[in-house]
Every structure is written in C-alpha cells, then in structure tokens.
Design a protein around this ligand. Sequence first.
Ligand code: 1CP
Length: 364
Amino acid sequence: MQEQFAPLKNDLLLRAAKGEKVERPPIWVMRQAGRYLPEYHEAKGNRDFFECCRSPEVASTLTLQPIDRYAGLIDAAIIFSDILVIPQAMGMKVEMVDKKGPHFPEPLSSPTDGQYAQVLEKQVDVKAELDYVYKAITLTRHKLQGRVPLIGFCGAPWTLLCYMVEGGGSKFFVQSKKWIYKYPKESQALLQKIAEICVEYLALQVAAGAQLVQVFDSWAGELSPSSFTSFSLPYLRYISANLPKRLQEKGLEPVPMTVFAKGAWYALDDLCQSGYNVVGLDWLHDAGEARRIANGRVTIQGNADPGILYGGREAITAAVENMAEGFQKGKQGWIVNLGHGVTPFVDPELLKFYFEEIHRLTAS
Ligand code: 1CP
C-alpha cells in the first residue's frame, strides 16, 4: 500500500514540468545539498559518504538542509544519494575517497574478465539492494510536510558504464572509449542491463514517494553525435518508455521525467523527442536558442554557469538577467536551475542571492 503524505502546498515544479502555465518559474539547483553548506559537514561529521546515503535519517536531514536554509526561495528537494548506488547494487564495490571522489577498486576490465559476466548475469534484487533509498524518500516526504515536491534520480546507463569501467572520474575516458569502440555489443548488453535496473529503481522511488524523477547523463558530452545515438540515447529512451509502463503495472500514476545529458548540446533536438517531459541544459546552451529548438515540445531546465557563483553579485545579476530574457521569464516551459551542480567553496549567501535575483527578475 502507498503511504499517505501531507498535501503538496507548492506544486510549481510539477505543473511547470507538465508544460502548464505557472505564476513564476520554479527553482531548484543540482547538488543543492552538499559540500558548500557548512551544515552538511556538521551533520555528516566523520561518517563515510555512502554510510550517509544508507541512513534514511541522515539522508533525509541532508536533503532538507537547503529547503530550510532557502525556505520560500526554492521549489523542490532532491533526495540525498548518489548515482553510483546502482553499480553497488550490481555487485561492484565503490568507495568515496575524501576530496577525490568515487573509486572502484575493481573496475570492469574487459568482456572476457569473469567480473563482466558476473555483473551481467547477476539477478539484481532492486527492491532489497536499494531499500535504504526508498526508506529515505518516504521519511523525507513525511518531514517535508508538503512544503515542496521531492525529486528522485538515477544515473544514465552511459554515465554509469563510464564509472564502472574507469573506476572513478576520468579525464580521457580511455577505458570507456575502449569498451564502446572495441566491444560495442558487450557494451550495449551492459547498457541495456543498467537501463532495466534504472526503470525498476525509479519505479520503486516513485512508489516510495518521489514526485518527479531525473536521469543524470553527466558524461554524455564525451560522446560524438553518432556515438551518442548508439550508446546513450537508446537507453535514455528505454527508461522513458518503460518507466510509465512499470508504474502502471504497480498501480501508480505516472510522474514527470527529466533528462540531463551534460555536454550533449548537439542532441538537443533528439532529447526534445526522447519521451521526457523536461530536458535539463548545461551552460553551453544559449537560453533563447535552446528555447527556439525546443519549440514548446518540452520544458527546459537550467542553465546558468555554476561558476557565476564565484563572480559575486554583479555577475550573478547579469547572468540571471540574460537567462530570464532568453527564457522569456518562463511562465511556461522553464524550470530554473544551474547548468550543473553547485560546486564546493560556493558562498551559500551568494547562492541565496542567485535565488533572490531569479524571483526579482521573473516577477511580472
Ligand atoms: O562529502 C563529499 O565529499 C561527497 C560529495 C558528494 C555529494 C554531496 C558526492 C560524491 N555525491 C553527492 C550527492 C549527490 N550526487 C547528489 C545529491 C543530491 C543533490 O543534488 O543535492 C546527486 C544528485 C548526485 C549525483 C551524481 N553523483 C552525479 C550526477 C550529477 C552530476 O553532478 O553530474 C555524478 C556524476 C555523481 C558521481 C559523484 N559523486 C560524488 C562526486 C564527487 C561525484 C563526481 C566525481 C567525478 O567527477 O567523477
């Protein structure tokens, strides 16, 4: 049975995602919970990063921090977790190294190594393995008391494959390129496996209380337009086509879906017809030009350079003015965000100023 939650008091995000007219464009930012917030470090203490994700109490506390700090200024919460929980559920070990990022001690080396077959053949119990995420979502929905909607998410198959073969972040993507160009069929089998897990994982997040879901393809920009068509887009489409079906099978209503394919500016037209309600843009797009390409087919989310937050108030005002003008103040078809996540060392007061400027410059 589905949990009962308090009625939603602010549904701007959900209405904008569905393409409806809104009083003002909703606002949230990727990585709004995290390292730039002093209260994040305080609550995290010396706990391991994944230990925080696995504790529904800690994960919900971290999720709510930006909602409390920026009360009245932002319109969505995103569950505190990480895209790499899927490779963990698939049986891979992933550690979070302080100040360095994720590390896989044993990445997949080639299709002939036994680990590939093991990962591919493992029947992943998506409900049991990631139960802590669903519990965190349900607890967070209760704690939110309907203040703003809660976003669930997962990593896109291509981006997760990169981590699984590189063993962490990468500069040259040597292993990822080796896999797709040397072993295309085996790569596609793995991408399909990940896509199936993404569908089940997102459906279970919705069952637990997620009200919109976002798929993060953070490394899409490493692909050429034609390799994006072979190794990313079909799996993004698989997710958008199958999630609604899976929700229906579970007796659940569909939720709006967002795709964020960072760096894939060349694919905007394709992404506008990939089955998602919302397309997230990084800051390489000009707002007006992107709006013209989207031509009302989807809601656009984004997209100021997160780097403006290092530039001070005048730079922030100029960036917001430019963005608001490009999106025509966005009473329809725009969800305000940054073009990527908030970076460490950002002054939380300047992020607040970014939010305030958006409110000021999109008010009519
Ligand atoms: O305390 C710490 O040092 C951990 C920093 C941290 C945080 C706060 C990591 C490690 N992940 C997260 C949380 C996180 N990750 C969220 C939480 C919700 C929110 O947005 O507030 C989300 C949505 C993610 C998703 C994520 N993880 C992505 C996709 C989004 C993006 O930024 O492109 C990616 C690529 C990751 C991998 C990852 N996890 C953490 C780091 C430092 C990285 C990137 C490392 C790299 O450059 O490869």
